[in-house]
Design a protein around this ligand. Structure first.
Ligand code: GLA
Length: 412
């Protein structure tokens, strides 16, 4: 179903969460009719990554936070084994038998939730029929709308089937993250790391998540910016071929790892510390693999420096590390592109900006900037004007704080 944007807020925060769910509940009943089964409400956020880019699949440490924007869903059990999925922003209704979830090109967006059904089916979860209506308010590109709908679906399946992957809550959330990553890799062909799904599942209000992607050990780091705000800038670029470029980078670092492993007993490139950087690069004859590896090792180091800086409130240093991260993603990892570079450069030229960098997979999508509260309006105005004059269309900005992870939402 396509719902008029004025009916349900496309953008905004969770402040009006109940209102969104009440409207969604009405739309659900219009679409699926009444039943003696009760409806339940679920929410999973998007995520923003503060620093630690393109190293989750190299066993690195990353520092994402959950957003307040995300995927809302109203869900209900059904008597048959049929799964029926609808979204407020998509025309097509996706339906399939719970015992037979297979990838179909024609299902489009529906393949993200469908892949999650396939995962639980492989784990012998009974083929319980469900009806689900989703509403997402994450702007496209770079803020993990796909991880958000995946994790939301996993919570729905576990709750309505009364099934848990693991009994301990934190552990269960990690298992959900791994399951969703597996689905995205194998059902949807995107060879992503675990960061996005884990951030969506494990988010904590007011905190960033220091996540060791080699074993998913996490530490919550208070995310306090004092006089500064975290702004997300969306390039609004329509991304094409993102998956194949992403998969290409991943293949390059796997090649580099295999070459390094001939000389060093490591499981991941991120086990290599800064003191080993030069000697490691010496093991790689190909200049491209050298640059990719330099990004991986230096970025992992920057994450730890950034966490130390945040913990003692050294926001200047935190901002500087964001700038260095972007530079490395631009020159060594080559995942930025003209739109992101323009947005970041224009941001850094403004007053009251401590740092800026691309966030997420890159090649378009979003960037983040740390902007003084008093400069926010001037910042948006100037950066928009500069970006539009160079790129030909306007960017969008969203101010955000760190939100909570996925959950069932109480109706009362
Ligand atoms: C995408 C992937 C993540 C991660 C980032 C880059 O968002 O889904 O696993 O690799 O890119 O840091």
């Amino acid at each position: 179903m396509i719902v008029e944007s004025s009916t349900l807020p496309k953008k905004g925060t969770l402040e009006n969460q109940k209102k969104v769910f009440q409207t969604l509940e009405e739309l659900f009943r219009e679409s699926f009719g009444n039943s003696h089964e009760e409806t339940r409400w679920f929410f999973a956020p998007g995520r923003v990554n503060l620093i630690g880019e393109h190293i989750d699949y190299c066993g690195g440490s990353v520092l994402p936070a959950a957003l307040q924007m995300g995927t809302f869903a109203v869900a209900r059990r059904k008597e048959s084994a049929e799964i029926v999925l609808e979204s407020t922003s998509m025309e097509n209704r996706v339906s399939f038998c719970a015992d037979d979830p297979v990838y179909l090109e024609s299902d489009g967006w529906g393949n993200y939730p469908k892949g999650i059904f396939a995962e639980y089916h492989q784990r012998d979860v009974p083929g319980q029929g469900l009806e689900i209506l989703y509403h997402g308010n994450i702007p496209g590109g770079g803020l993990s709308s796909s991880a958000s709908i995946e994790v939301c679906t996993a919570f729905i399946i576990e709750t309505l089937n009364q099934f848990r992957l693991d009994s301990d809550t934190l552990q269960n959330r990690k298992e959900i993250a791994r399951l969703c990553q597996h689905s995205e890799n194998h059902f949807n062909g995107m060879n992503c790391g675990v960061m996005d799904q884990a951030a969506v599942a494990l988010g904590k209000k007011g905190h960033a998540i220091l996540m060791d992607c080699s074993d998913l050990a996490i530490e919550y780091v208070p995310f306090e910016l004092g006089d500064y705000a975290l702004l997300i800038g969306n390039t609004c670029k329509v991304r094409k071929l993102t998956n194949s470029k992403y998969n290409e980078r991943r293949a390059e670092v796997e090649k580099a790892l295999a070459l390094v492993q001939k000389h060093r007993p490591v499981n991941h490139l991120c086990e290599l510390k800064m003191g080993e950087l030069e000697s490691t690069l010496g093991l790689l004859p190909d200049p491209i693999l050298k640059r990719r590896t330099r990004h991986i090792i230096t970025e992992n180091n920057r994450v730890h420096e950034a966490v130390d800086a945040l913990r003692v409130g050294q926001l200047n240093l935190f901002g500087q590390l964001l700038i260095e991260s972007h530079q490395s993603l631009k020159d060594d990892f080559e995942v930025t592109g003209q739109e992101l570079d323009t947005l970041v450069e224009a941001s850094l030229a403004q007053k009251g900006v401590l740092g800026a960098r691309m966030t997420g997979g890159g090649f378009g999508g979003c960037m983040i900037a740390l902007v003084h509260h008093q400069q926010i309006e001037a910042f948006k105005h100037n950066v928009s004007a500069h970006y539009q004059s160079k790129i030909g269309y306007f960017p969008e900005f969203y101010q955000t704080i760190a939100g909570s992870g996925a959950n069932e939402i109480s109706k009362s």
